[in-house]
Design a protein around this ligand. Structure first.
Ligand code: NAD
Ligand code: TYD
Length: 351
């Protein structure tokens, strides 16, 4: 079996559901259920005996040690993290606590258990750490995309905390021989993403007749990766990746933010006509230290592991908008009091 952390979050839940559908091994899913964790994301796994959900913190050494001893996973896939850049700007400390301190604690607990395994189990075990392209910093318009050897230059408290965790993963491989794998992916989108991130926030606000906030001039560029493609890439790296290696995963879909928002308006005007969604676009104060462009060179994933993304942005955004339109109950459940508190703090001028 495998142990997945953060499996009640956006990517984690998609990963767990796809895993249960496509693989035969059971999953133990460890998640602290922070504001971003949502058991409703795992509704499709209800009653599945191959899925064991445990509420807990990756930094809880006694809990993690007991899960490892009890379930003896052949791999740990670490997705648990604080993930929203704007929240990291308002308050970096939880990012340091989870992404650095608790992640190091997880590494230490896993290493202590791994060293007790027989040689065969030690060599086949994998610790796969899911990270971000944001660790590489910002590109100008003409710079080549990030490769696995691009120097780390994190600019936000979020990306600095992820960079720190990546360095510790690297060190645990180099120093102790722990068979680690690190993936650095671009911006994900798709079903079950919490509506604090650009794409679900835009869909939710558009449907609610609210402003669609675009930071600065809207020309910041991100490379958009459909979440199911990302999950397939993680499975590939887990199955075939070389211990100690890192893998850049991207969607081949660089887009300016304002064009992302416009494309959502276009899909919505077909699916829910009757409102001029484009009129709702509102340019707002820029994010402090806002990285201009991220772009991924995923040559290693293609040439070494035979992975390429299946969705274009045009097809992926249609799937995504459709999912949100078809899952109003999910949306109503996540739009809790805590969500409203964040929106009124972050978007005070236009809320
Ligand atoms: P998310 O915020 O939707 O979910 C994070 C999950 O981790 C939540 O379920 C939360 O409850 C859980 N969690 C947080 N702290 C925890 C702790 N201390 N112990 C146990 N569980 C904890 O995040 P996501 O978008 O699904 O991202 C998953 C991973 O992918 C993260 O490591 C993130 O840095 C990385 N990533 C995300 C993106 C993206 O676009 N979403 C892009 C690149 C990399
Ligand atoms: P986000 O989804 O927060 O992901 P990240 O910051 O990790 O890339 O933001 C994606 C891009 O959209 C980023 O350039 C910031 C921008 N953005 C807006 O313009 N308006 C918003 O309300 C949000 C949340 C993001």
């Amino acid at each position: 079996m495998i142990l997945v952390t953060g499996g009640a979050g956006f990517i984690g839940a998609n990963f767990v559901l796809d895993w249960l559908a496509l693989e035969s091994e059971p999953v133990v899913n460890l998640d602290a259920l922070t504001y971003a964790g949502n058991l409703g994301n795992l509704a499709a796994a209800a009653g599945n005996t191959r899925h064991v959900f445990v509420r807990g913190d990756i930094g809880d050494r006694a809990l993690v040690a007991s899960l490892l001893a009890q379930h003896r996973p052949r791999a740990v896939v670490n997705l648990a993290a604080e993930t929203h850049v704007d929240r990291s700007i308002v308050g970096p400390v939880p990012f340091i606590e989870t992404n650095v301190v608790a992640t190091c604690s997880l590494l230490e607990t896993v290493k202590a258990w791994w060293t007790t395994l027989a040689m065969a189990g030690r060599s086949t075990f994998r610790f796969l750490h899911v990270s971000t392209d944001e660790v590489y910093g910002s590109l100008d318009a003409t710079a080549p995309p990030f490769t696995e050897t691009t120097a780390y230059e994190p600019n936000s408290p979020y990306s600095a905390s992820k960079a720190a965790s990546d360095h510790f993963v690297r060190a645990y491989h180099h120093t102790y021989g722990l068979p680690t794998l690190t993936t650095n992916c671009s911006n994900n989108y798709g079903p079950r993403q919490f509506p604090e991130k650009l794409i679900p926030l835009t869909i939710v606000n558009a449907l609610g007749g609210k402003p669609l906030p675009v930071y600065g001039d809207g020309h910041n560029v991100r490379d958009w990766l459909y979440v199911a493609d990302h999950c397939a890439a993680i499975r590939k790296v887990l199955a075939q990746g070389t211990p100690g290696a890192t893998y850049n995963i991207g969607g081949n879909a660089e887009m300016k933010n304002v064009d992302v928002v416009r494309s959502i308006c276009t899909v919505l005007s077909e699916r829910r006509p009757g409102r001029d969604y484009l009129q709702q676009i509102t340019f707002v104060r820029d994010r402090p230290g806002h990285d201009r462009r991220y772009a991924i060179d995923a040559t290693r994933m293609r040439s070494e592991l035979g992975w390429t993304p299946g969705e274009s942005f045009a097809s992926g955004i249609r799937r995504t908008v459709s999912w949100y339109l078809d899952n109003e109950d999910w949306l109503a459940a996540v739009m809790s009091g805590a969500y409203h508190d964040w929106v009124s703090l972050q978007y005070a001028a236009i809320a």
